[in-house]
Design a protein around this ligand. Structure first.
Ligand SMILES: [Zn+2]
Ligand SMILES: [Zn+2]
Length: 361
């Protein structure tokens, strides 16, 4: 099959006849329809990653077609997914033995394997889905009114859902949410928060993306005046505008949707008392930041993390999109063929648009 194989930092090679185990006893093959390029894919392509041992096929935001009938589960009920059905994939393959797996918290599994990280992913003509993943409902059928490209974005939407559940869903009109990071993920968070009517401030560094945020319903879109969020100095103007917008209180929930530690430091500055800060993104480079424990104590603040999602969240994401509450097409800007994978990664790395989709294999 055709595949884009990652061999190490900066090296991804298109192969015409890449051998892989597909459609064997230990899984089911999907024929790829679309695979989105995640910021994670770019970080791995550029720097490698502890979780990734090359050679491997990256790509975990997947829409594919089932190549044979398969028994699976959906919302706790057994279902038959017919050959030819389009599905999206929960990329976490759990061990089914640890405490977290017993509670269906597969994203927290002690021994998890991940599609597109430690198992071959979706930048290929076919992908092999392990039986273990099928058994836990990791294949979610895609409703007819969601196209292939949008279906590939159900996985990142499910991750955002996990994060916002973590922050306490139903924040509603009472509080203010701030999202730091104006990339596709920040915008997905915005779509989610606006779908339940939360007042939302978007903070980012690219004017075009902030204009997009405003058009998607952000109540306030703020530019960091400096070019580089990794600068550890804070943008005083942005800070004072958040505070004046929230009558001096600050934001009640804050999502750090960028891999910059400076974004977390800024989150601390704009956090209201009793607020929650969620670290959504993996951090690149410097991962430790000073945290004033007395600030945490006296402000009764909470810092949380969230990672990936579960099949139930993926199903919920499909429902949100299918019922028109979330419009994923807003987040898609570029389409590439698999042979053009490097350009697709570069477009993502250079912030040329929003989500980039590989949809020709
Ligand atoms: Zn992703
Ligand atoms: Zn486990």
């Amino acid at each position: 099959m055709r595949a884009a194989v990652f061999y190490g930092p900066g090296c991804i090679v298109n192969k015409e006849n890449y051998l892989t185990r597909i459609n064997n006893k230990d899984g089911i093959a999907l024929k790829l329809k679309a695979c989105a390029v995640c910021g994670y894919d770019v970080r791995v392509f550029r720097n490698g990653h502890l979780k990734v041992t090359p050679p491997i096929i990256l790509g975990h935001e997947i829409c594919g077609e089932i190549t044979r009938d398969v028994n699976s589960i959906l919302n706790g009920k057994e279902i038959l997914i017919k050959a030819g059905t389009r599905v999206t994939v929960s990329p976490i393959v759990p061990c089914m033995k640890c405490r977290y797996c017993n509670k269906n918290e597969y994203n927290l599994c002690l021994h998890l394997r991940e599609i597109g990280s430690s198992i071959n992913g979706g930048f290929a003509e076919y992908i092999n889905i392990p039986t273990q993943l099928v058994k836990i409902g990791g294949l979610v059928p895609v409703p007819d009114n969601i196209n292939d490209d949008e279906a590939a974005l159900l996985e990142p939407l499910a991750c955002c859902l996990n994060s916002q559940i973590n922050l306490g869903s139903g924040l509603g009109r009472e509080g203010t949410m701030a999202i730091i990071g104006d990339g596709p993920i920040g915008l997905l968070h915005l779509l989610l928060s606006k779908s339940i009517g939360t007042r939302t401030i978007m903070i980012g560094k690219i004017p075009g993306r902030l204009a997009k945020a405003t058009s998607l319903g952000a109540d306030l879109s703020l530019l960091f005046n400096r070019n580089d969020m990794d600068d550890s100095r804070y943008d005083e103007d942005t800070l004072s505008r958040v505070l004046s917008y929230t009558e001096g209180y600050g934001a009640d929930s804050i999502i750090v949707a960028t891999s910059s530690p400076a974004a977390f430091e800024f989150a601390l500055k704009i956090a209201a008392k009793n607020s929650k800060i969620n670290i959504f993104a993996g951090i690149l480079g410097r991962c430790s930041v000073p945290l004033d424990l007395n600030w945490l104590h006296y402000n009764q603040a909470t810092v949380t993390g969230s990672f990936s999602s579960t099949p139930n969240m993926l199903k919920k994401s499909a429902d949100l999109v299918s019922t028109g509450q979330i419009k994923l097409s807003e987040i898609i800007s570029h389409h590439y063929s698999l042979v053009d994978i490097k350009n697709a990664l570069l477009a993502t790395e250079n912030y040329l648009g929003l989500r980039v989709i590989i949809d020709k294999f």
